[in-house]
Design a protein. Sequence first.
Lengths: 149, 125
Amino acid sequence: MKILLLDDSPKHRKAGVKQLQELGHEVVALCEYVEACKLASEQPFEVALLDLLMPAEQLQLGPDARKEWLGREISVGFPMVLELSRLGIKKIAVATDTNHHSHPMSAIVDWFDGKVHSVNGAKVMIGHSPMQSDGTKDWGKLLASLLAE
Amino acid sequence: MQKVNLFLSIDSREKNNPIQMALHQVMTHLGCDAMEQVVQGDMEADIVVTNDTATALRLVKETEKTAIVIMYLYPKEREEAKAVAERFPGRMSTVGICDPNDDMSLVPFLLRLAAQKAKEKEVKV
């Protein structure tokens, strides 16, 4: 399968590329959500695996907003689900490694954890990421959960 | 003394990018190795210098340990640079090319950072 992987952490991206390629998938790993949307609008992906919290990019921001927001973590996983499903990706998982005691949006993810949703005709899972023993996200396990059922 | 790898990403309206050229000359003369890309194979730059906050933001996500320095020329650029750098403590810092409000200007700042990085590399070896 052709998989779009989006995470701002290089260690999680590297782990994802290694794991998913070993499983025989083609992986495009990116660290910027604007770039991810652009790429998804230009070429088809069957699956998207996304981080929930990522640093805000400069998209449309004026000078004052750049000072306030650029680089600050925002819950980009939710709008990404809407946009990538609209662009035709049929299976999407959003996974955070942020502890639910540390961030309000990670706490809200408790509501969705382990449940399957349908958004714009896509199968969507939003939850806390399974982790490997080295502290990186277990993308293979996440993909298996998304493909199950 | 371990060599420190440096990547420069300075935007310039001038075709020959004089600030990047000057920084390259000074830092390589003082013992740093210049890199063509921030990540080459398994090796990432020890230090990156940029004058653009969006570039700094991208590079902090592309690397695990690289120290990213946002340099600014004009005081009006300082606030945004500092605001972004403060969101990545231990990874990003800011310095003016010649800002009287800073403790030190760009080259002494980079020399101190390069010495610190060289020491870290020596400890690892």
